[in-house]
Design a protein around this ligand. Structure first.
Ligand code: IPE
Ligand code: IPE
Ligand code: MG
Length: 246
């Protein structure tokens, strides 16, 4: 296997953590047990990213569409999320991890929402790495929200129509102060984006693996990073002109 080149690491990795249910099914366990095992992978990958000094990691933990799952699964996921947040604070302090969240957070149960806001507040000055949790997140809703905010700003004359550029638009998204992802990983073999970071992934490199999320470990993550480093990112340009313009 090729070696990892420290200078070519992505600045922002985003992950669609999929396959907890199928992992559990294969082992004759409940879906909830699959989610519990999935949290171990979350811990391992967060720690590994921190060790590698990758500045931003975004994890798709719960989509807007996931609200439609059976009530018992949704409440178990919410309970697990709350427990994870409470238990991780110590690590976040120790490793200087700053927590952020993107999504329609007001839809979360109040106790989960309050815990989340509390941890975000307590970690806001950490400088080691930013961990972004996508919760009740949907890319289309995010874009619609941005459009509504822009219309409000227009009507208050805070901005004028000629100022609306892709750059300005980005500032109205949940990811306002987060760079676009360089690498997006999806586990479990599904080849789709499932309403994740639609705007932000315009020039992201995609990596799909059949490995189910609970089995996704450091070694699997390393494979994704090495694959990423073999890609030639052109951003619509030809390589020589891109180099000339840099
Ligand atoms: C991902 O695993 C976790 C969430 C979406 C919350 P799934 O629960 O989607 O697992 P599969 O896709 O059914 O195997
Ligand atoms: C995407 O997985 C959402 C998360 C990983 C949180 P899903 O399992 O919900 O996506 P689909 O239904 O397979 O597209
Ligand atoms: Mg799934």
């Amino acid at each position: 296997m090729d070696k990892l080149i420290k200078e070519k690491l992505p600045r922002h990795v985003a992950i669609i953590m999929d396959g907890n249910g199928r992992w559990a099914e294969k082992k004759n366990l409940t879906r909830i047990q699959g989610h519990i095992k999935g949290i171990e992978s979350v811990r391992n990958i967060v720690t590994f990213c921190r060790e590698l000094e990758i500045p931003f990691l975004t994890l798709y933990a719960f989509s807007e569409e996931n609200w439609g799952r059976p009530k018992e699964e949704v409440s178990a996921l919410m309970e697990l999320l709350k427990r994870y947040l409470i238990e991780e604070l110590e690590e976040m302090d120790k490793y200087q991890i700053k927590l952020k969240a993107i999504g329609e957070l007001s839809r979360l149960p109040l106790d989960v929402y309050e815990t989340l806001i509390d941890i975000i507040e307590k970690t806001k000055d950490h400088r080691g790495m930013t961990l972004v949790l996508a919760l009740s997140y949907g890319g289309r809703s995010e874009i619609i929200n941005a459009v509504k905010k822009i219309i409000k700003s227009l009507s208050k004359r805070d901005i004028n129509i000629d100022e609306i550029t892709p750059e300005l638009f980005s500032h109205f998204l949940y990811t306002n102060d987060i760079p676009d992802p360089d690498l997006l990983i999806r586990t479990s073999g599904e080849l789709r984006i499932s309403n994740f970071l639609l705007w932000q992934s315009a020039y992201t490199e995609f990596y799909f693996t059949k490995t189910l999320w609970p089995d996704f470990d450091k070694e699997e993550f390393l494979k994704a990073l090495i694959d990423y480093q073999s890609r030639e990112r052109r951003f619509g340009l030809t390589m020589p002109s891109r180099k000339l313009n840099q």
